[in-house]
Design a protein around this ligand. Structure first.
Ligand SMILES: [Zn+2]
Length: 184
């Protein structure tokens, strides 16, 4: 009986070990930093939710977060993954990159001035994907950043946990909720 118990236990330890490895991969993959670090921002970010559209001037759902910064600022992948789109789109996003992180997560980086990754390329968290620009439906140089979970846009503000202290996090949430107009 003891032998059986030991066998069962070592089997479940194997499972735990593989779960831990999977967990580490998941932690590296899930978006967890800002695509543009705070020191590169020239203005606060416009947040996720219903906003006045800068061009159409009507209430529109803003499915991402806008980071205002200088043209040419490097944009970083927010988690490990694989580039599944890196082209000039016709859907208003202009030049944009989509990274598939696995575990149901994708991130989208829009209005770039330059693409620095190609389709199929594997990227690590922090790798530069391209440079900030003003391509597509955009009213000034900025990064429009989206996080998708199981094909649904979610609030990127909930995915910066590696970067911020609790106080900074609270401030960032306030900023993202107060922004009146998005840059799209
Ligand atoms: Zn936007």
């Amino acid at each position: 009986m003891l032998t059986r118990q030991v066998v069962v236990q070592s089997k479940s330890l194997d499972e735990v070990a593989s779960l831990v490895l999977r967990k580490q991969e998941m932690l590296a993959s899930i978006p967890a930093i800002q695509p543009i670090p705070n020191e590169d921002l020239t203005q606060t970010a416009g947040g996720f939710g219903w906003r006045i559209h800068p061009i159409h001037k009507i209430q529109k759902f803003h499915a991402g977060m806008d980071f205002t910064c200088k043209q040419g600022t490097p944009i970083h992948s927010t988690g490990d993954g694989r580039v599944v789109y890196s082209e000039y789109g016709t859907n208003g996003y202009g030049m944009h990159v989509i990274v598939d992180h696995g575990f149901g997560y994708q991130t989208l980086y829009a209005h770039l001035s330059k693409l620095q990754v190609r389709n199929g390329q594997r990227v690590k968290r922090g790798d530069v994907l391209g440079l900030v620009g003003n391509t597509g439906l955009s009213v000034g140089p900025h990064l429009h950043y989206e996080v998708h979970r199981n094909n649904e846009a979610v609030d990127p503000a909930n995915y910066y946990f590696n970067d911020l202290s609790p106080a900074e996090y609270v401030r960032m949430l306030e900023l993202s909720r107060n922004a009146g107009q998005a840059l799209d």
